[in-house]
Design a protein around this ligand. Structure first.
Ligand SMILES: *Cc1c(COP(=O)(O)O)cnc(C)c1O
Length: 395
């Protein structure tokens, strides 16, 4: 059998993945598992999905040759412009897919978890589009530090519910969303925002995000006369934008995959989100993966200046890419990321999300050859981060 980095029939990537869920959740997850592939690949589903990606999200997103950035680092850098999508990041590719899935499954009520609020906004957006009830769980701390996104969700008609337990951040919001789903198994679909959670979520979300690398293939063919780059670079929080940018190349070993994590104030500073380096085997939110934990298995609080990378685990696909050494993993500190964000702004006129700035920072530490073709997934725009940039650089 040919070696593959895709999920197997049981929902595992190597030893990672699976569905470790309470019995009460089994009917929901099992219903989804049995139906997701059939539904996704129905002709009418594909037609509606593609139409919305085109007319509502604004796809295809451009593949932009960054001439001044390339000249500075003496290599060939293309930026995949997910920042130009409606709502400003890649997350909407997945929420469009999942809202269509929810409709086909006959669900009328949507729940979601959010940390920085980006996934909450993308979910509230598609719920407004489809006229569905939307409840977003968010940690109490995150609600107070991400006020503009809370306002956006409310403006879009969603209800934002505060998670008041634990550290009152993303993982607690996720716990609340799971609790809600257990209590509302029949009419509710849970839209998870990254390639995390029990099988089939990581695979389903990766397939929705795969549109990113499907476009890169034909865009590179047009520009370079070949459909694959030498390197694909993406930042990793849970791992969905990376999964989408890697997807078509997972089993193509001509392509080097580079995943960039947040080292916060330094990998070993105690304030970091470098999950694969620091993480160990464990179970979080329904799947077996690498996660940051204490000796007795309690989840450690992650830290990053970027709210989107501030998650104590990575999805099981990425745990396997790390473990098998299929992908290179690099950690970037807050300071390195902020500097790279400012540099892209001034070299190319594009202000990136701070998550994306982590990916951009690798050009200072990892050298590439002059004739190599690199695609960096520009996962989101920096509008939401302006205040953080302003404070940091005293602009
Ligand atoms: C949420 C987010 C991320 C991190 O999530 P992934 O699932 O790892 O992609 C990265 N970049 C942006 C702009 C985001 O909004």
């Amino acid at each position: 059998m040919k070696k593959t980095y895709h999920v197997n029939e049981k929902g595992y990537y190597g030893t990672f993945g699976g569905a470790y869920i309470p019995e009460m959740l089994y009917p929901n997850v099992e219903e989804l598992r049995q139906q997701y592939l059939d539904i996704m690949y129905e002709e009418s589903f594909q037609k509606e999905f593609k139409q919305l990606l085109k007319d509502y999200v604004g796809r295809p997103s451009p593949l932009f040759y960054a001439e001044r950035l390339s000249a500075k680092y003496n290599t060939k850098i293309y930026l995949k412009r997910e920042d130009l999508n409606h709502t400003g990041a890649h997350k909407v590719n997945n929420t469009i897919g999942q809202i269509l899935m929810a409709k086909r499954l006959g669900k009328t009520r949507i729940i979601a978890e959010t940390g920085a609020g980006q996934h909450g906004v993308a979910t509230a957006t598609v719920c407004a589009l489809m006229g569905m009830e939307c409840i977003v769980y968010m940690g109490e701390i995150d609600i107070s530090r991400q006020a503009p996104n809370v306002a956006r969700m409310k403006m879009l008609g969603a209800e934002v519910r505060a998670a008041k337990s634990g550290s009152r951040t993303l993982k607690d919001a996720t716990n609340e969303a799971i609790r809600d789903w257990i209590s509302n198994p029949v009419n509710t679909h849970y839209i998870i925002g990254s390639v995390v959670g029990p099988h089939p979520y990581p695979d389903m979300v990766a397939r929705f995000q795969a549109v990113i690398s499907e476009e890169i293939e034909w865009q590179l063919q047009e520009k370079e006369g070949r459909s694959y780059p030498d390197h694909v670079i993406a930042c990793v929080g849970g791992g969905s934008n990376a999964a989408g940018a890697f997807y078509q190349y997972l089993d193509d070993e001509r392509v080097n995959l580079i995943a960039v994590e947040a080292a916060g104030k330094g990998i070993h500073s105690g304030e970091s989100a470098a999950t694969s380096v620091l993480g160990e085997d464990g179970i979080i939110h329904g799947s077996r993966t690498l996660l940051m934990q204490t000796k007795d298995g309690q989840i450690t609080e992650p830290y990053s200046i970027s709210a989107g990378l501030d998650y104590p685990g990575v999805g099981p696909m990425h745990a396997h890419l790390y473990d098998s050494k299929r992908a290179e993993f690099i950690s970037i500190t807050d300071d390195e990321a902020m500097t790279a964000g400012l540099e892209l702004s001034q070299l190319e006129g594009i202000i990136p999300a701070i998550e994306t700035s982590h990916a951009l920072a690798i050009f200072d530490t990892r050298k590439f050859k002059e004739d190599e073709i690199i695609v960096l997934n520009l996962s989101g725009r920096g509008d939401k981060d302006l205040n953080t940039y302003i404070d940091y650089f005293k602009l």
